[in-house]
Design a protein around this ligand. Structure first.
Ligand code: NAD
Length: 487
C-alpha cells in the first residue's frame, strides 16, 4: 500500500495532508499517510455515536461473531500483516510471525469467548431474615471509545484494547502511532469486508500533540480513552481529557528491575535477563533496564551476560536466536544515545556496546544501536531514573534482600519486575514488596490473557486483562429488584 487513508463510516478517506512513514532499517520511505483533521474526527465521532445505539444492543453472540470475523480476516491475510508489522517497526519478520500477529488474533478470540462465558454478580438483600430484594449487575458500555496506540507492538496492543471495547458494546476510534500506520489500515480493510460494520470501527491517522491524538483525548463526543504509550503523553492526555471527565485506562512506561539472587540457576537467569533486556531491541514497556545481581555471583554473572550479549545478532534472517532490529526512528536512536553519553559523563562504564553499529550497507542509514550494558551508574542519574526504551540495561551489585527491594522500588515507575532464585520463600517474600503491577519469578513476559496487566505510579492507571478489561470498557451497574412486594 503506497498511500494509507483513514477509515470512517466504512469508507477510506483522503485528507490531502500527507505524512511520510519511514523504514527504520534504512530510513527510506515505506508509504505515506493521509493525516486526519478535526472535521474528519467530528465525522468519525458522529458515525461512531450513531452506531452505538445498534451495536450497544447487539446480542452477546453477535458481538462475539464480529470479533471472530475480524480474527479470521487477520488470519487470512497473515503474511501481509506480518510483513507490514516487520516493515513499519523494523522488527524481525519471524517475531512478527510468532508473536505480534498470533497474539493479535488470540486477543480477539479470547474476548469473543470471554463474553460468551461471563456471568455477572448477584446478591439477595435480607431484612429480618426474609429476602427483601435481588441485586444483579449489568454492564453498560461507555459509547465511543478513543484508542490511542504506540509503535512498539502495534497490532498486538491495538487488538488488546479494541477486542474488549467491542465485546462490551462500545464503538471505537483508533489512532495508531504515526510510526506504524500500516497494520491498522489493514485491519480497517478486514473490517470493511464485514457487513454492517459501518461506524463501529474507525481508524484515524495522524500524530499526537496538536493533531488527531490530542483531538481524540479532548473531544467531548468521545466517552472514554484507552491509551498505551509514554508516561509524559499519558499526563498530557489526562490534562485535556479532564475537561469532560472521561474514564481513562493508561498503560504507560516502565523502569523495570531484574533481581538475581546468588542461588538462582545462572544459565536460566542469564538467558532470561538477556531476553528481558533486548527483546524487540528493548522497545517493550516490560523490558528490564535495571539488573541487580547478588554480590557473590556478580562477576561470573557479568561475564556470562557479556558472552550472551556478544552472541546477539542483527541478522534478522535467522530464526534461531534473539535478533536485534533497529529502533523506531532517528529521534528515538538519538534519545537512547544521549543517555549513553550521560552515563559515561557521570562515570559509568560500558561493559559492552555503547555505540551505533557500522554495517557498510543501507542499514547505516537506519536507526540501529548496539546492545549495551553499563555498570557503575550513579543512583541519582537520569539514566537510572528515566525510561530509556532501547537495547540497554545497567547492572549493579547488591548484598541483602532489603537493599535490593529498596533499590528496585526507588523509582517513579511501577510496571514490572522479575526475580531469579531457586528459593521459593525468598521469591514469595520479595514479590509482594515490589511496588509494581506484575512480577515474574524465574520468567519474563509470560502472559495469561485472564491475568491483570497494568502498572502503579507513573506506569499507568487501571488494569487490563480478562474481566479487568471488561470492567473498564463496560463498568458494572446495579439493578435492585424488590422481591418482597411493595416499599
Ligand atoms: P508516545 O506516548 O510517544 O505515543 C503513543 C501514542 O500517543 C502515539 O499514537 C502518539 O501519536 C500519541 N500521542 C503522542 N502525544 C499525544 C498527545 N499529546 N495527545 C494524544 N496522543 C498523543 O509513546 P510511543 O513512543 O509511541 O511508545 C513508547 C512508550 O509506550 C514507552 O514509554 C513504553 O513504555 C510505552 N508502552 C507501555 C506499554 C504498557 O502496557 N504499559 C506497552 C507498550 C508501550
Amino acid at each position: 500500500m503506497d498511500e494509507l487513508l483513514s477509515f470512517v463510516e466504512a469508507e477510506f478517506v483522503e485528507t490531502g495532508v500527507w505524512l511520510d512513514n519511514l523504514n527504520p532499517r534504512n530510513g527510506a520511505r515505506i508509504n505515506r499517510v493521509a493525516e486526519a483533521n478535526e472535521a474528519l474526527l467530528d465525522r468519525a465521532v458522529h458515525s461512531a455515536k450513531e452506531a452505538t445505539s445498534k451495536w450497544g444492543r447487539a446480542s452477546v453472540s453477535q458481538r462475539s461473531e464480529f470479533l471472530l470475523a475480524i480474527a479470521e480476516g487477520i488470519e487470512s491475510r497473515f503474511d501481509e500483516f506480518a510483513r507490514a508489522e516487520s516493515l513499519d517497526t523494523g522488527k524481525p519478520i519471524h517475531q512478527a510471525r510468532s508473536l505480534d500477529i498470533p497474539r493479535a488474533i488470540s486477543n480477539l478470540k479470547f474476548f469473543a469467548t470471554l463474553i460468551q462465558t461471563e456471568t455477572l454478580e448477584s446478591c439477595v438483600t435480607t431484612t429480618n431474615d426474609a429476602p427483601r430484594a435481588l441485586n444483579y449487575t449489568v454492564r453498560k458500555p461507555h459509547g465511543v471509545v478513543g484508542v490511542i496506540c504506540p509503535w512498539n507492538l502495534p497490532l498486538l496492543l491495538l487488538t488488546w484494547k479494541i477486542a474488549p471495547a467491542l465485546a462490551t458494546g462500545n464503538t471505537v476510534i483508533i489512532k495508531p502511532s504515526e510510526h506504524t500506520p500500516t497494520s491498522a489500515t489493514l485491519l480497517a480493510k478486514v473490517v470493511a469486508e464485514i457487513d454492517a460494520s459501518a461506524g463501529i470501527v474507525n481508524v484515524l491517522h495522524g500524530k499526537g500533540p496538536m493533531s488527531v491524538g490530542e483531538m481524540i483525548a479532548a473531544h467531548p463526543g468521545i466517552d472514554a480513552v484507552t491509551f498505551t504509550g509514554s508516561s509524559a503523553t499519558g499526563s498530557k492526555i489526562m490534562e485535556v481529557a479532564s475537561k469532560s471527565v472521561k474514564p481513562l485506562s493508561f498503560e504507560l512506561g516502565g523502569k523495570n528491575a531484574a533481581i538475581v539472587f546468588s542461588d538462582a540457576d545462572i544459565e536460566a537467569a542469564v538467558k532470561g535477563v538477556v531476553r528481558s533486556v533486548f527483546s524487540n531491541s528493548g522497545q517493550i514497556c516490560l523490558c528490564t533496564e535495571r539488573v541487580y545481581v547478588q554480590h557473590d555471583i556478580f562477576d561470573s554473572f557479568v561475564s556470562r551476560l557479556t558472552e550472551a550479549v556478544l552472541a546477539l545478532s542483527f541478522d534478522d534472517s535467522s530464526e534461531k536466536s534473539l535478533t536485534l532490529g533497529p529502533l523506531i526512528s532517528r529521534d528515538q536512536r538519538d534519545k537512547v544515545m544521549s543517555y549513553f553519553d550521560l552515563a559515561i559523563k557521570e562515570g559509568a562504564t560500558a561493559i559492552i556496546g555503547g555505540a551505533v553499529p557500522h554495517f557498510g550497507d543501507e542499514r547505516d542509514d537506519g536507526f540501529y544501536v548496539q546492545p549495551t550494558v553499563f555498570t557503575g551508574v550513579p543512583k541519582h542519574s537520569r539514566f537510572v531514573r528515566e525510561e530509556i526504551f532501547g537495547p540497554v540495561c545497567q547492572i549493579e551489585k547488591f548484598t541483602t534482600e532489603e537493599e535490593v527491594i529498596a533499590a528496585s522500588n526507588d523509582t517513579s515507575f511501577g510496571l514490572a519486575a522479575s526475580i531469579w532464585t531457586n528459593d521459593i520463600s525468598v521469591a514469595h517474600r520479595v514479590a509482594p514488596q515490589l511496588s509494581v503491577g506484575m512480577v515474574w519469578i524465574n520468567d519474563w513476559f509470560r502472559r495469561d490473557l485472564r491475568a491483570p496487566f497494568g502498572g502503579t505510579k507513573l506506569s499507568g492507571i487501571g488494569r487490563e486483562g480478562g474481566h479487568h478489561s471488561l470492567d473498564f470498557y463496560a463498568p458494572p451497574s446495579n439493578v435492585c429488584l424488590s422481591i418482597a412486594g411493595g416499599v
